[in-house]
Every structure is written in structure tokens, then in C-alpha cells.
Write a protein that binds this ligand. Structure first.
Ligand SMILES: [Zn+2]
Length: 86
């Protein structure tokens, strides 16, 4: 995957390196988890460009390695496909 994202430390919008994230901090973000079921939730990390204000949230790598969590998502959520809204 060669898509450039803000995760690289470089803002994909303005090209600035003034990118900060809340990984590994004692987050007090208003959105730290996204519930999938009673048992499972994604943990979320946020990135912001201090130059242009571009802001992006990602599911953490840790959550993406959780196969049971991912199975739950496939069970509970809709698979996104184009041209089939409603
Ligand atoms: Zn930027």
C-alpha cells in the first residue's frame, strides 16, 4: 500500500511535517473507542496537522490485528459498496 497518509508524519493536504498524534498518551479525547458489540470495540487514534488543521482518525494497529474484533465487524456492520445507497 503506497497511499500516503498522515500516519507517515507528513500532512497529505499541505505537505507540512507539523503532524501530531495522540498515540501512547493518556488520551482524554472525546472519542477513544468505537463500539462494535457489547464485548468488542475499536480503539481510535487521532492525527492532526498543526499547519492546516487537517484531522484524521484511525483504528489502531492493535485493533486491526484483533481477528475476533474484525469478525464481529463483518457480522454486525454493512459491507460498503458503491452505488447501492438506500
Ligand atoms: Zn496540513
Amino acid at each position: 500500500m503506497n497511499v500516503e497518509t498522515i500516519k507517515s508524519g507528513k500532512c497529505p493536504v499541505c505537505g507540512s511535517n507539523e503532524v501530531y498524534d495522540n498515540r501512547g498518551t493518556n488520551q482524554t479525547a472525546d472519542r477513544k473507542y468505537i463500539s462494535v458489540s457489547a464485548m468488542y470495540s475499536f480503539s481510535v487514534e487521532a492525527f492532526v496537522c498543526m499547519n492546516c488543521g487537517y484531522f484524521k482518525e484511525f483504528i489502531t494497529d492493535e485493533s486491526m490485528k484483533n481477528e475476533k474484533l474484525k469478525e464481529k465487524v463483518k457480522e454486525k456492520w454493512n459491507k460498503t459498496s458503491s452505488g447501492k445507497i438506500g
